[in-house]
Write a protein that binds this ligand. Structure first.
Ligand SMILES: C[S@@+](CC[C@H](N)C(=O)[O-])C[C@H]1O[C@@H](n2cnc3c(N)ncnc32)[C@H](O)[C@@H]1O
Length: 271
């Protein structure tokens, strides 16, 4: 019986992967099961075979299915201390190194950026630390189009801005009704784009830092190794990797990165 349920589950996952283009087998089995079970409950279905038929019949269900797989919880300056480290250690280090090579631009990637709080936090920290004439470019990617739409609107409630000092809110946001909208900031470019970490190659190269926080927890070991190798290849020499506080690097890729802050889960690309 359990074998039959397992087979039906794996069949469902393969079908959904083909329809969505997302390599769903890259996610941890337990996580997938939990999320799919929740979605099935919401539509009143209690077995994988019937749900597979629903996915076949109703093309909109694949969107709902992907929404059920993606968890979008996020915050400005999430966990606080990694962003303090970014401001106090990483940005001054990058500034010193860039000056040596006569450059005045930095490039970051916020991979799995959700509703935009992370890339805007990166942008705000950078603008606070770097000289005004430096260019800051942040690639902000996610698989979830609704999140990306919210992120590119850049409109947040007072509650969502609670981790930001009032001076930062005043400097980087303008009132929009009872909410706040991100201002256009000179020489800060944040590009939002759809990108799937399971099936696509890196969005670009020569990043000074890649932030990929709180998505690796959902992935299996094989996907973690693939993704972290992609990040290694997309970073400049000595570039930084910042992962979530509860995440760890698999042993297989340990020689690619060296820890610079164990507490904040910040690593540097080894040359
Ligand atoms: C919990 S949020 C993390 C947001 C932000 N990085 C942070 O730490 O606050 C996880 C995000 O991962 C995205 N995600 C899940 N699977 C993905 C995939 N295969 N490729 C890209 N993004 C993915 C989800 O859509 C969601 O927005």
């Amino acid at each position: 019986m359990a074998l039959k349920i397992d087979d039906e589950f794996h069949f469902l996952v393969q079908k959904a992967s083909r329809s969505s283009g997302v390599v769903l087998t890259s996610y941890r089995d337990n996580y997938l099961r939990r999320r799919i079970d929740l979605r099935m409950k919401a539509v009143g279905i209690d077995n994988y075979a019937t749900y597979t038929r629903l996915l076949d019949k109703n093309k909109n269900e694949i969107t709902e299915f992907l929404n059920a797989i993606t968890i979008n919880v996020t915050e400005f300056m999430r966990d606080k201390t990694p962003f303090t480290f970014f401001r106090n250690e990483i940005l001054p280090d990058l500034m010193k190194r860039k000056r040596k090579s006569q450059s005045n631009s930095v490039r970051f990637w916020s991979a799995a950026c959700s509703n935009g709080e992370e890339p805007y936090s990166i942008g705000i920290c950078s603008k606070e630390v770097l000289p005004a004439d430096w260019s800051v470019s942040v690639y902000a990617t996610d698989i979830d189009e609704d999140s990306l739409n919210r992120a590119s609107m850049g409109v947040y409630s007072k509650e969502q801005l609670k981790n930001l000092d009032p001076t930062l809110i005043q400097k980087y946001f303008e009132p929009a009704g009872k909410d706040f909208k991100v201002r256009n900031i000179h020489k800060l470019l944040i590009r939002f784009m759809k990108h799937d970490l399971t099936s696509e190659s890196p969005v670009s190269k020569h990043f000074d830092a890649v932030f990929c926080r709180n998505v690796m927890i959902y992935f299996n070991e094989k996907q973690k190794v693939k993704m972290l190798t992609d990040f290694y290849n997309s970073l400049s020499d000595g570039g930084y990797l910042i992962i979530g506080k509860s995440e760890t690097l698999p042993d297989e890729i340990r020689e690619l990165f060296t820890a610079v802050s164990i507490r904040d889960k910040i690593f540097k690309k080894c040359n």
